[in-house]
Design a protein around this ligand. Sequence first.
Ligand code: SF4
Length: 337
Amino acid sequence: MAELRWITTDAPGDKRALFDTVVERRIGRGAYRGLEFLHVESRTIINRVPHSSALPFEYTINAYRGCSHACTYCFARPSHDYLGLGIGRDFDTKIVVKVNAPEILRHETAPQRWAGHPIAMGTNTDPYQAAEGKYKLTRQIVEILAERGNPFSILTKSPLVLRDLDVLTQAAETAEISVNFSIGTLDTDAWSRSEPGTAHPRKRLDAVRRLNEAGVSSGVLMMPVLPGISDQPQQVEELVKGAAEAGARFIMGGYLHVRGPLKDHVLGWIDRDYPHLSRFYRHTYGTRSYAPPAMRRRLGGLIRRSKTAHGAPGGERRPPRDTTPGKQPDPQLALFS
Ligand code: SF4
């Protein structure tokens, strides 16, 4: 069987590679038609993010690579390139499945080896993307972490997480956990163009509500807001209002962030779907990865005012995070799912 180039960490810039063997290729059928699953036997499952990273967590688990949610702006697309696959359609359809993830996790979190650090899921791929309906790896991971009383957080765009409400509520009884949703807009046109494989954002808000009602802390990351597409005051306010009504424990937002090969991918999409914004996007992101400070301040003001207007948590509460000394959260970098 073929070998797949594989990186040992989710941290951007760390390209240390090892090789995991693709043990099987499965063509998706029925609900999974159009997808191809590449089964690998992973050597490790808990990734340690380098301490120098600005990411707000130190340990991550990603049982899948690639993501059928197919968000045009996905920060993780370049990681498929490291695997020797394309960052476009390959990322959306060729899903690497670490079929032995639960077995490896049980070994790595044995009490004599593991100090119970918080673990973040959803940092480089959505743990509740379509493949999870078939493989149930995330469910098994949650079961193991619940057994261990290990704190964890999940970032997702999928209401499929509600399937696991039983084990999530069990986990919430013994450790600090949270299941947070990435929702960039409630605008149906902007959503369907930018996140074609995801559930409608209103279904995500409903999941936020149901999780909080069940005692599982759930907040909303309004990311990425797309300049000129989903950053109008009424769009921002509609989303903040919906999140507040769903009982979101926190609401944070931020603009699109693009860098490296992702920038060309996103600009190509803008050219095709929003040609009237091509010049604006090149002006905004041509020489930088983040939106200009003035735009970010404006968006921050819109979100704050909307939160005040709709009685949302004041924004002081941030998502539960790794408490390892020296780790500083960067909300802009919290966007992966
Ligand atoms: S942004 Fe998240 S949900 Fe969207 S494709 Fe990337 S990993 Fe999947």
